[in-house]
Design a protein around this ligand. Structure first.
Ligand SMILES: [Zn+2]
Length: 306
């Protein structure tokens, strides 16, 4: 059933095959939560930084230097502070970077990879995938991977859709590109295998959620309704609670941050405070998204999935 027909026909008139087909297009399969994390660790922590920078303005076709500068801060200041904090704590993280941002700041991507971090796909100009045709989405994903490989020196193995806008075609394209994982969906706290039309794909999902993301709490749009509505202390409390839950359940704690959001002086205390809190526990393993995905697949092959 073409999308446009699904959208125009009232859902309460849909036959079962239609709603079932829509739900089954991309769905969570078996859990890939391992019985234990590397070195016998009790919890895995995967920190992601989405380096949206100027693309958060360009994506809307806007050209205001004022707005662009808010994103530029992410590259000029935020990335530096984040890299310093990660280095001081000996933590490797994952940075998801739109291709246009990588072209604007190639030295930044190289430096991030040289630090031992991962760079992953994050669209072309932070477009909404739902606005694209399947052909455009495939073309953009493939070109974005090439740009990241050229600028960072390493071929990306994972993907995060901009704004977590995952279309019915995204998984198919990830499979064509033989990616290892996606990190855009929300069906669990723990890693899981993605199903396409009910079939296991071997592709790992490292799930996200808006509540585990700095941007919704602290973003600002002068003409829109977005206003920072949560204090850095409260955001830190939420992130700590997410970690505490993962620790209790011996699972994965995945937090998403943005250099132009978290990189400010008053907000770096969220990242610093979170890392301090996490490091106050024993049995913690920090991994990049790639490392988490590879480890989960390996443990499943060994029959050691939880
Ligand atoms: Zn983003």
């Amino acid at each position: 059933m073409p999308d446009d027909q699904s959208k125009t026909e009232a859902p309460w008139r849909w036959p079962e095959e239609r709603w079932r087909g829509i739900v089954n297009k991309v769905r969570a399969g078996r859990s890939l939560k391992p019985k234990e994390w590397p070195g016998g660790a009790k919890v895995a922590v995967a920190l992601s930084f989405d380096s949206d920078h100027e693309s958060s303005t360009l994506r809307f076709g806007e050209s205001s230097p004022g707005k662009l500068s808010q994103g530029e801060y992410g590259s000029r200041v935020g990335i530096r502070r984040i890299r310093e904090t990660l280095e001081r704590n000996d933590i490797k993280a994952s940075f998801f970077v739109p291709a246009v941002v990588a072209e604007l700041h190639p030295e930044e991507q190289k430096a991030v990879v040289d630090d031992g971090h991962e760079v992953g796909i994050h669209g072309w100009i932070h477009e909404f995938n739902s606005d694209l045709t399947e052909i455009e989405e495939r073309d953009i994903m493939m070109r974005a991977a090439d740009v990241l490989e050229r600028t960072s020196g390493k071929r990306p193995v994972g993907m995060r859709t901009p704004s977590w806008d995952f279309t019915p075609y995204t998984l198919k394209i990830c499979r064509e590109m033989e990616l290892l994982y996606d990190s855009s969906l929300m069906a669990d706290d723990e890693p899981y295998e993605l199903l396409e039309d009910g079939e296991p794909t071997g592709l790992v999902e490292l799930p996200v959620e808006w509540i585990k993301d700095d941007a919704p709490y602290m973003s600002m749009d002068r003409r829109g309704t977005a206003r920072p509505h949560t204090s850095p202390f409260d955001v830190l409390d939420i992130f700590k609670a997410e970690f505490d839950g993962a620790y209790t359940e011996r699972g994965l704690c995945l937090i998403t941050m943005h250099p132009h959001v978290i990189g400010h002086r008053s907000r770096m205390r969220i990242l610093d405070g979170l890392i301090d809190h996490i490091k106050g526990h024993d049995g913690v393993w920090f991994g990049t998204h790639e490392e988490v995905a590879r480890y989960c697949l390996k443990m499943r092959e060994l029959g050691r999935a939880a």
